[in-house]
Design a binder for this molecule. Structure first.
Ligand code: ZN
Length: 222
């Protein structure tokens, strides 16, 4: 599986299927691609804030990708004329060649005139498991996410202010115990400035997890 970072909280996972997560591209000055240039089979939307649902509807309309999200967000997507699969926090939804589970995330979730519980997501494809934490504060049940899903990779917000900072994200790594952690949701705006090298040092001196810092446009192969 190839994991490509498109800046902020947006990643493209490519294997048997293409799974795009939180495509905030047009409004993101650090995005290396525009919404017209991305392809996907599934688009996961973790919550309704503009920097996460972003260009998801537009991309789904153009590509025919299905939006995968919590029930209320899926309904909203259907109302906007795109295909969507609604689930909820719990076990895997078994889709074509990819299993997706939604997890808890400690955050708020208003957008497009409705409230929807924010989530993280677990993506299992081609024998690899990726945990995208969404926007979240630190919560101790991340240990259960580690126990149950055994993520190979954890994509973790480190920018602080609206989410975990580098210190809290380093604690999250101890709870989740992934092989690789990739920082996200930092340095897009002034309020979420963070030093990913400092995060890497914190994690790698205290755990067996390797931190891979991706600049927007870069990828890692699993
Ligand atoms: Zn948010």
């Amino acid at each position: 599986m190839r994991v490509t970072y498109y800046g902020h909280a947006c990643f493209l996972l490519e294997g048997s299927r293409k799974v795009l997560i939180d495509p905030f591209l047009r409004g993101n000055p650090t995005a290396p691609v525009s919404p017209e240039d991305v392809d996907a089979d599934y688009i996961i939307v973790t919550h309704l804030h503009g920097d996460h649902i972003g260009d998801a509807i537009e991309i789904a309309k153009r590509t025919g990708a299905k939006i995968v999200a919590i029930f209320e967000i899926a309904n909203l997507a259907k109302q906007k004329g795109v295909d969507a699969i609604g689930g909820n926090i719990g076990g895997y939804m078994r889709l074509e060649d990819v299993d997706i589970a939604l997890t808890n995330a400690i955050h708020s979730g208003w957008g497009h005139g409705i409230y929807a519980q924010p989530t993280g997501a677990i993506i299992r494809m081609d024998g690899k498991v990726v945990y995208h934490a969404g926007d979240t504060g630190l919560f101790y049940d991340m240990k259960l996410i580690g126990d149950l899903f055994k993520p190979d990779v954890a994509l973790l917000p480190i920018g602080g202010w609206f989410t975990m900072d580098i210190y809290q994200a380093a604690e999250a790594v101890k709870l989740i115990r992934p092989k690789i952690a990739i920082p996200m949701h930092y340095n897009t705006f002034d309020l979420i400035q963070a030093d990913p090298e400092e995060f890497k040092k914190l994690v790698e001196t205290q755990t067996d997890t390797r931190v891979v810092i991706l600049s927007p446009g870069e990828h890692v192969e699993l």
